[in-house]
Ligand binder design. Structure first.
Ligand code: RRO
Length: 326
């Protein structure tokens, strides 16, 4: 008998396993965005995107997300702005950037064409400013989507002026929706009592997707000097410490809204990526890991192919929402 006829017959409807990791289809759909793979960079941890260029070709990421742009230039928060803790990083950066005019005139021309999908993260100082920023960026061309940062923990003492009240969130997103035809992703904070309710408000306002979680409010202190680790005392915690919280929140949100969820929070490698997809995320963002492994994104993408091939999966989409719980 020929060796090939010894293989077990495929069950009706099942697909042949991929012949090699290169045959695994990593494409995902995030609302109107078609991504070549589900691994994005997280805003803020890759600067304006260009900072990672010496390490890898930015086109290898499903999408590159630029650090938050505001209408006017901002200097950021007092030093120290970063503080390491045993399993996570505290930050209080405070949105330093040169403002949208500089971004449009200087940065965007350098970024155009460098990423497979370019997402610009924006923050306003009032709800109307989000719409104004969206209109300006839309008109510039070369941007594939906007991420609305309604969740920065490092303004107004962590009070989240735009991210906590569902009615404010719905109005803000609706305002942006009417200002742009670009896909809109709303980035949510974990520092709320019901994140699913905020996700629903974003959906009701017309958001195409939600991304979560931004950082968790945290603090560190040196008891000998009495000095907190951050200049603002309180800041946002990211990294492996927050992964279980992020995974739980992504699961909750994916069950309660009918728009795509992008998972963020302590993602380091392909297994982490697949865990977030399993609980219902359509894509993920890698952030803090960049400080240890600047090419974490292409590494995760390559390992994703290997892991799916080893599991006999032809495509990554079969993992999305495959969690067996409640
Ligand atoms: O710049 C920051 O301090 C910052 C921002 Br915009 C954000 O969205 N999340 C965060 O942890 N830090």
């Amino acid at each position: 008998m020929a060796a090939h006829s010894m293989k077990p017959a495929l069950k009706p409807g099942s697909q042949a396993p991929p012949a090699s990791p290169a045959d695994v289809d990593l494409g995902v759909q995030v609302g109107p965005l078609r991504l070549a793979n589900p691994v994005m960079t997280a805003s803020g941890t890759a600067g304006l995107g260009l900072e990672l260029e010496p390490f890898w070709d930015l086109r290898e990421a499903g999408a590159v997300v630029v650090k938050t742009i505001t209408m006017k230039p901002r200097r950021g928060n007092p030093m120290p702005r970063l503080c390491e803790t045993p399993s996570g990083l505290l930050n209080s950066i405070g949105l330093p950037n040169k403002g949208v005019r500089h971004f449009l005139d200087v940065t965007l021309p350098k970024l155009r064409g460098k990423a497979a999908c370019l997402v610009v993260n924006i923050a306003g100082t009032c709800t109307g400013e989000f719409g104004e920023l969206a209109a300006l960026l839309d008109a510039a061309g070369g941007i594939d989507a906007l991420e609305l940062n309604i969740s920065c923990p490092n303004v107004e003492g962590g009070n989240l002026p735009f991210g906590r009240d569902p009615q404010v969130v719905r109005r803000l997103v609706a305002d942006v929706r009417s200002a742009t035809r670009l896909p809109v992703i709303t980035k949510l904070s974990p520092n709320v009592s019901d994140i699913a309710e905020i996700a629903q408000a974003a959906r009701d306002g017309g958001s195409d997707a939600v991304s979560l979680i931004n950082t968790l409010l945290g603090m560190s202190v040196d008891w000998r000097t009495g000095r907190p680790g951050l200049g603002t005392a309180v800041g946002g915690l990211s990294g492996p410490a927050i992964k279980p919280v992020a995974l739980r929140m992504c699961w909750e949100v994916a069950r309660s809204v009918d728009i795509p969820v992008i998972g963020i929070g302590g993602i380091r490698d392909a297994d982490d990526v697949l865990e977030f997809l399993c609980v219902g995320c359509s894509a993920v963002q890698i952030g803090t890991q960049h400080y240890k492994v600047p090419d974490a994104v292409p590494r995760a993408v390559a390992a994703l192919r290997g892991a799916l091939h080893a599991a006999g999966r032809r495509d990554v989409r079969s993992v999305i929402g495959s969690v067996r719980a409640g």
